[in-house]
Design a protein around this ligand. Structure first.
Ligand code: FAD
Length: 351
């Protein structure tokens, strides 16, 4: 049971510290609202940090190319102007309404937060990688020699790497790891890849240059004394091949789990939260949803969309927190608030 007397109070609680949650903290600050953010992961950045930190993103306005980790760092610095509070490594497990119309969010570590506004920026909810089916001894190597993400490219220097999968992530990582690893072998069930055409073409070039090897088949066995992997067996149409390997990277996509959000009481549609496009409010008053978790006609699951949603959500949140006062649209270029806040933060500070 929540202990509301010990609840930490703020103007807004943000669930999720992905790129959209981070920008929400900034936008709420612009309207003078203090926020607290809770995230199940132990570091900010959501998908950008967990799934593709070293990849360049090409569709952030005014950034012809920016690394995903760099984007997260910049969003964090930008939000730091307004001193948001982060509670990391805590999953929001319940949402309850108080008698005076505020909201209480409780986490799996017993933290209790209270605010008039809640912003759900939970992305795909809890994203869990799909595991390879019927792969012997998987549990012995998972989290060590067998991984589902590449948090740090340089950690794979000199390794013999087998990559399982044929989609964008598998192909992009095969390309990115080829100059770093000693050997990269891409194993996919079919000859055709499911990756974007330019990535598939680049991979083909690397195969022709002998910098990436391709095998058609399925990884069916792991060899070595765990935690050290020595080889994997690939079963293809020509039988079984044993491939020496220090690392198996599996990119079979993710299962998006609603997790605790399903019991929060707002309407859900196929695991996503329907919102209006004026305020980005859910079916619960004062509870907003932005980023990948929010859905409406024409929604594009892009960081850019989440930024726009955060701006309109914050204006609506300000109207809710200060009824009767209409939030002004002030240019940051002429605002003393921005000048004052950003001067002290431009050096950068991470949570
Ligand atoms: P997320 O980044 O998913 O973050 C959600 C956060 O919420 C997570 O940290 C999660 O731990 C947390 N969370 C969830 N449930 C809870 C809970 N109950 N309690 C606490 N915390 C919770 N987009 C682009 O615009 N351009 C690109 O080039 C691009 N490239 C991509 C490449 C790849 C390989 C992938 C996978 C995605 C790409 N995207 C790209 C999509 C982009 O990453 C997402 O649109 C973006 O991350 C969504 O941000 P978000 O903040 O809504 O959610």
């Amino acid at each position: 049971m929540s202990d509301r007397h010990s609840a930490r109070h703020s103007d807004a609680i943000i669930i999720g510290a992905g790129p959209c949650g981070l920008f929400a903290a900034f936008q709420l600050g612009v309207h003078g609202l203090r926020s607290q953010t809770v995230d199940a992961l132990d570091r900010v950045g959501g998908q950008c940090i967990e799934l593709y930190p070293d990849k360049p993103i090409y569709d952030i306005p005014a950034c012809p190319a920016i690394g995903a980790a760099e984007l997260v760092e910049k969003l964090t610095i930008q939000a730091a102007c307004f001193s948001p509070v982060y509670h990391m490594g805590q999953q929001a497990t319940s949402l309850e309404r108080t008698s005076d119309g505020e909201w209480v969010v409780t986490t799996d570590r017993g933290l209790v937060l209270q605010a008039p506004v809640v912003v759900v920026a939970a992305g795909g909810g809890s994203f869990t990688p799909k595991t390879p089916p019927n792969l012997g001894r998987l549990a012995e190597f998972e989290g060590g020699a067998v991984r589902y993400a590449v948090p740090n490219l340089s950690a794979h220097a000199g390794e013999r790497i087998v990559i399982a999968g044929g989609g964008d992530s598998a192909v992009d990582w095969a390309i990115a790891l080829s100059p770093v690893a000693t050997e990269v072998v891409l194993v996919h069930q079919r000859e055709e890849l499911r990756a974007q055409r330019h990535s598939a073409s680049r991979l083909q070039e690397l195969v022709e240059e002998g910098r990436v090897r391709r095998l058609t088949g399925r990884v069916v066995d792991l060899h070595g004394a765990a935690p050290s992997l020595e080889a994997v067996t690939v079963h293809g149409k020509d039988g079984r091949t044993v491939v020496p390997a220090d690392r198996l990277l599996v990119f079979f996509g993710f299962i998006m789990r609603e997790g605790p959000l399903a019991s929060f009481g707002f309407e859900l549609s196929e695991g996503l939260i329907p919102v209006d496009t004026e305020r980005f409010e859910t079916s619960l008053p004062g509870v907003f949803a932005i980023g990948d978790i929010a859905t409406y006609p024409g929604k594009l699951k892009l960081i850019l969309s989440g930024f726009h949603e955060a701006a309109l959500m914050a204006a609506a949140a300000a109207r809710r927190c200060r009824p009767g006062e209409s939030p002004s649209t002030e240019y940051s270029t002429s605002s003393p608030l921005f000048r004052e806040r950003t001067q002290s933060e431009l050096g950068g500070r991470s949570p």
